[in-house]
Write a protein that binds this ligand. Sequence first.
Ligand SMILES: N[C@@H](CCC(=O)N[C@@H](CS)C(=O)NCC(=O)O)C(=O)O
Length: 225
Amino acid sequence: MSAIIHGSPLSPFTRKVTLVAMEKAIPFESKDINPYRPPDYFTSISPLRRIPVLEDGDFILSDSSAISAYLDASFPGSNGSLFPTPPKALGYVLWIEEYADTALFNDISEGVFRPILINKMLGKPIDSDKVEEAVTKKLPERFEYLENEIAGKEFFSEDRVTLADISVYAQLANLDHAGQLSQLKAYPGLMDHYSHMKARETSKALQALETQYLDYIMSQLKPSS
Ligand SMILES: N[C@@H](CCC(=O)N[C@@H](CS)C(=O)NCC(=O)O)C(=O)O
């Protein structure tokens, strides 16, 4: 039986572990869970009531970082590990992952994705003040930091895709879904990184599903009278 990733198509952490599975050619199924309207059994598989959750036979695991490490170690695959072996490279990749999971997530999710896209999904007006605050006061510091880290490189570490690249891409994809990718204009290295990560076969396949999902949600919205 293949592993099951419980999550939601527009969740950046679900996207992260899904891409880990795809990059490593691990067979998996996806099952949708809305963490804001969860099924009764949710707490039993996710003690912090967050997605994603991995179910691999009778083994259940929460948290995208834990799941990524587990998948990587369980399925060596032909493409090698997404975690470098040299200690400094490993530490660095985990740091970039952490930066993406906390700082980028907070500022993109709260500052752009929710006030634009979630509001639209809920039939509410865009919260332009929140977006303005994020794009002028919060995101520049995040993007500047990552721009300095990626400048002159194709990947964050080891000249190949690692968890660092997947983690940053997974968060920036929600900036893209919210129609705000132009915020990266002043950061050419980061924009290039995003573009080549987006052009990978794995990301392209996933994006097609995400866009389909988003289009479906939007098509269900009643036109405001
Ligand atoms: N550290 C967790 C964060 C997961 C997370 O925050 N997921 C969001 C969806 S993107 C969630 O489940 N939110 C529900 C809530 O905050 O109640 C991870 O890496 O998996």
